[in-house]
Design a protein around this ligand. Structure first.
Ligand code: BG6
Length: 310
């Protein structure tokens, strides 16, 4: 029996069991299905995560929006592996615990091989023993998400994946992204590698699906200036993925509103497969690896929030 602090509780809406956080620093909602964060509202500010109004929530489905956890592989893995982005976002996780202080609240969910059914799609491709912990911490300014994988088996564990965050940015045409200009990337739309640009600000004006390489595999920070707010996104991962399906692709997706591309962008902390097709991480027995993403609301938004009379 888990004892929850008073800011954390279980709820059972039609969309399945959720962990709800309501603390003085902000609120959040995490579905046990996929350990999927579907809402983050820092206190006094609006919703920061984009959710599809057409999302599915049923067993085996991938929730569209929020923060899907892609694991144990990103995209189609080392070949045309189904399901896309692995199985972790399609199965039910367990709540491991939660803790709070005056300044922050943390929720931890877990998944291991005992939580999977024998016929979990993709499990036959990746039959290993593993431990996953997804730790979500809210402060007055930050959302910190850490996906920690541990090799609990006795053979090497190949790992890929991502925290596939959908940001609610208001108007995509008014949105600018800073901090990607000095990185090389692979552009999945054109199928070509792109060199760094001289443009410090990136505007999204068409279907965008880019995998940016972090220099030396180190953490990288970008700034997303949306229509009404600014978010700093720090990815402790080897790559940052930028995705917006734009009109035609959005219309072709059954779980995506036709005009949903207008007010979202995905900024993903990713560990994609190597260009050679090799796994980016191989953990020896007992070893662990974390992918971390931290979102921080901009100081301008803070000032707007505390302006007298606002
Ligand atoms: C991105 C990929 O990470 O996820 C895109 O780079 C993909 O190619 C997108 O289309 C959405 O994937 P899915 O499986 O959630 O539709």
């Amino acid at each position: 029996m888990i004892t929850l602090p008073h800011s954390v509780r279980f709820a059972h809406p039609e969309t399945g069991p959720v962990v709800e956080v309501d603390h003085q620093v902000g609120s959040a909602r995490i579905h046990l299905h996929g350990a999927h964060l579907t809402s983050w509202r820092p206190c006094g500010l609006g919703e920061q995560l984009w959710m599809s109004s057409a999302s599915e929530f049923g067993p085996g489905a991938a929730i569209r929006g929020g923060v899907p956890i892609c694991f144990p592989w990103f995209a189609m893995g080392p070949g045309d592996w189904e399901p896309q982005h692995g199985f972790a976002r399609r199965v039910r996780w367990r709540l491991l615990g939660a803790r709070q202080s005056r300044d922050e609240v943390t929720v931890v969910l877990a998944l291991d091989e005992r939580d999977l059914a024998a016929d979990t799609p993709g499990r036959d491709r990746w039959p290993y023993r593993f431990g996953l912990e997804f730790e979500v911490t809210l402060t007055a300014t930050d959302l910190r998400m850490s996906l920690l994988v541990t090799n609990t088996g006795d053979e090497d564990l190949p790992v890929s994946g991502a925290l596939h965050t959908y940001l609610a940015i208001g108007d995509i045409t008014a949105t600018r992204i800073e901090g990607l200009d000095d990185l090389t990337c692979f552009d999945k739309v054109s199928g070509t590698a792109l060199a760094p640009t001289e443009e410090p600000e990136l505007a999204i004006t068409a279907q965008t699906d880019r995998v940016y390489v972090h220099p030396d595999g180190a953490a990288h920070q970008v700034t997303v200036r949306g229509q009404h707010s600014t978010l700093r996104v720090r990815n402790e991962s080897s790559h940052t993925v930028l995705w917006n399906p734009w009109q035609d692709k959005a219309e072709a997706m059954g779980d995506f509103p036709d005009d949903g591309w207008r007010d979202m962008v995905c900024l993903e902390a990713a560990l994609p497969m190597e260009a050679s097709g090799d796994w980016p991480v191989r953990l020896q027995p007992g070893a662990e690896h974390a992918v971390v993403q931290q979102l921080r609301v901009g100081s301008d938004d803070r000032r707007a929030r505390i302006r007298p009379g606002s």
